[in-house]
Design a protein around this ligand. Sequence first.
Ligand code: ZN
Length: 687
Amino acid sequence: MTANPLLDPVTLPRFKAITAVDIEPAVSSVLSDNRRQLRAILAVQEGSLPTWETLMAPLDELEDRLSKVWSTVSHLNAVNNTPQIREAYEKCQPRITEYYTEMGQNRELFEAIGRLAARTNELQLDPSQRKILKDYLLEFRLAGVDLPAEKKARFAELESTLSSLSNRFSNNVLDATMNWSSLVSDEARLAGVPEITRQGAAEAARRKGLEGWLLTLDLPCYMGVMTNADNRELRQELYTAYVTRASDQGPHDAGLDNRELITRILTSRGELAQLLGYRHYADVSTARKMAGSAERVNAFLQELTDLAVPAAQQEYQRLSEFAKEAYGITDLKAWDISYCSEKLRQQNYAVSQEELRPYFPLPRVREGLFEVASRLYGISITPDTGGMETWDESVSAWNIHRDGTLLARFYLDLFTREGKRGGAWMAECRSRRKLADGSVQTPVAYLVCNFAAGTGGNPSLLTHNEVTTLFHEFGHGLHHMLTRESHLRSSGINGVAWDAVELPSQLMENWCWDPQAIALISSHYQSGEALPDALLTKMLAARNFQAAMATVRQLEFALIDFRFHQVVGEVEEAKVFEVVRSVQALTSVYPVPEFNRFQNSFSHIFAGGYAAGYYSYKWAEVLSADVFSAFSASGIFNPETGGRFLELILSRGGGADPLELFKDFMGREPQIEALLLQDGLMRPKAA
Ligand code: ZN
């Protein structure tokens, strides 16, 4: 019998050898092996004092073995999705979840880790080890492991109720979105709507056997109409349908109303928080985040709101004047905002992403990106010489060295392809860690984007948005690959708080907006000419167009989310309205129609993982803008600043409290001024 290539103890996945039939046996074998070994590890703990070497090191080993198999399978499922791979993946996925749930509920393991944590000083554990134990115990507590029996039963009941309520919430939003459509039979009504949106609508009509154009609430169609349709009534019709999804307002089925689910979800989360000994769910959320407390998040959101609202009011004022002059609209409504804004944007900064493409050929962008990373961190990036196998011929493989030492490897899979999931992401293939024999496992990353491949002998040409995406994902990749941490649970992005994990990625985006760096990553793909100054100026100016209005919109979502999760006790419908209204009174620069029920489709917080965590988006932007201000001040390619960032934040991964790391680098707590300057909401102080 030939060995299963997924279980082959080689350094890197053997993509050329792996087939769908290898998946299930490999997963089964690792899961049963891990379960057996976990029992053996726990048996050792009985009657002896736990040490790092007898408890945590072998746990890392189990985790790493599973991750090597499962990360390869998940990766193939995402980038080479054949029916066979999908079937095997879907079969194994629940078993992986079951395994982790089991680990998370293992009281014996919890107690053993607790006993080890109590010996931290005696064993002279290092800061990363202490952080790992602390995080581990917190996860156990938040999963209700140490609750007394009767509370534990109630906890489990609440968790299962919440999971079904969230599921119903999300299904109602999906159904309400899909059930609504509006048939347009006179093309004149679609004046202004771009060709691509019209084609989609015509196709949707044909599929239903109808003549004309079927408008739907799918985001591309909705945005296409709201941003471009000259017909004001049409915009009003779509707006109304969109913001009343899953509610008792608007044109929707009453059976899909999420009102009651909102109050039940919030009430259950509140009870769950109190069972765990917290005041409310916002405390549960911040317990594992960089912000650390609800008070800090409240203060942060308040400060940003106070500063952004006046700037947003000015932007709105400008928009109202423009709407009046150019379109004779004197009573600007919610459904006019996107439309008039787009016209104003075109008038002021007429530069399209398409115009920029010829100046961003992929090979040039990639070289420039590697050059930026090498200037900052003293690394060199060269094509792989270590025999990395790829899963498609368009994928390239790379090595990162510093001072002649191999630090990391990565794969670049940049082009769209059949069977490849959309979007862009970084995923871990191998994590850095010290092995039992003292050697180090080299970290390996997958960097995946979905750009259009070059045609007719030309290179792939990127829009500036795509360039930014590549830099963003590479930032996550550097976090993973340049770590110096020795343990799986603190290495790279592992163990990094959710509201801090976007710092390295958003930070990298800044180099896409700096003229010195743009010179490195751009040149015309035919003539080799630099990006003309006129285009560059417009592109940079357009970055901040209506930045304040966008900020207050994000703040509105963040505040509503965070205030919802601080209500104590039974949450009544009136309370939900009160929260929404009070936040809108703070943040809205234009009147929100009375019928707006956006909270009824706020799936991020009611059906996704963002409950009391929506603020993270803005929080991470503050961190990255603040850190970049240190680079700006010292010169954006300053190797000393780069070296400090690498040493004090990037290489530390999840090995320390993110706020402490930030303070080590900046010498102070985060400040929001840098973000306000970056977004043009504040003027630089005169020198
Ligand atoms: Zn990201």
